[in-house]
Design a protein around this ligand. Sequence first.
Ligand SMILES: Cc1cc2nc3c(=O)[nH]c(=O)nc-3n(C[C@H](O)[C@H](O)[C@H](O)COP(=O)(O)OP(=O)(O)OC[C@H]3O[C@@H](n4cnc5c(N)ncnc54)[C@H](O)[C@@H]3O)c2cc1C
Ligand code: FES
Length: 321
Amino acid sequence: MAKITYEGKTFDCAEDKSVLECLEGNGFKIPSSCRAGVCQACVMTATSGTPCAKSQEGLTPNQIELNQFMSCSCKPTADIEVALEEIKKAYSCSVTEQIMLNERTLLLRMTVPNAFSYKAGQFVNVIRKKDGLMRSYSIASVPEDDYIEMHVRCYEDGKMSSWLKGWIEPGCELHFTGPFGECFYTDDKPEADILLAGIGTGMAPLYGIAKDALQKGHTGKISIIQGAMSEEGLYFTKEFAELAATADNCEYISSTVDGSGDGVQEGKIDDVVKANFPSTAGMRVYVCGSPNTVGRLKKYAFMAGASMSDIFSDPFTQASE
Ligand SMILES: Cc1cc2nc3c(=O)[nH]c(=O)nc-3n(C[C@H](O)[C@H](O)[C@H](O)COP(=O)(O)OP(=O)(O)OC[C@H]3O[C@@H](n4cnc5c(N)ncnc54)[C@H](O)[C@@H]3O)c2cc1C
Ligand code: FES
């Protein structure tokens, strides 16, 4: 059985337990959210020993060089000594706008904290200071904007989303760490066609990525596809249509499963993507939203010809604490 050393104490770690679970089981409070190796809230540093490769997937080369790893997805097979990441600096910002975009989607705009830089489409981990609750939210703005924008899907029993909806108002201070994630526009293939497909608040990072690509003068065709069960589930349709109207090479398609809504294509987003893109060869593909939909769309994009290195995604994995 591997041993974990943390804050000068050593613990046995059962084979089926992660570093995070072992430390929590021994009474430590380690930041976490998705517990699935996606959000990076639980990043720690291995000060001795080697974290498993899986727990470093998605980290930057710099983080890997520093021996950082995600403690929720590291089940150690050999002894390891770990420390909480020291560079985990939380930024503070002030909320400037808080409006409902539809019945369940909240738009939050905030000031950009000093020295905070990001790429459109990345995400941050919002922290509720009073108890350390942490959740990931993607950034819908672009670095050129003088605000940071997030779109939050509100769940009635959602700890973070109901707090953001019920308690946060303009003037409130908000804290977050980040930015994280590899789902953003890069201008190394300006002529490649781009497909951005998402459902729910998965549209937030896609809006930022499309805006960024257009601002950087992308010449390939940019197609944005939004999916929902019905008209009520669509949001930001006017903003997407306006964005697409700013350039001849950009199109916006909204779709609903039941066919409701003006000018929508009828069908499940998977079928709408397939019908509009029978081939994705040579394309850059971005998919965001619920993990199941993201998984299916990624698979289709690959099977239809896109190279795996040209497929970027952010599955909005649900937190499980
Ligand atoms: C990389 C990443 C980026 C993300 N970006 C965004 C974003 O831009 N906008 C956004 O709204 N969310 C985003 N999420 C999801 C977000 O981090 C939270 O999981 C979500 O807001 C729910 O948190 P909560 O505290 O409100 O709910 P919790 O308290 O965590 O959950 C309470 C209950 O809410 C319901 N619930 C929560 N999440 C889901 C779900 N996904 N599907 C169905 N039911 C659910 C369930 O009933 C659950 O029991 C992202 C997640 C990741 C990993
Ligand atoms: S990556 Fe470990 S809690 Fe999200």
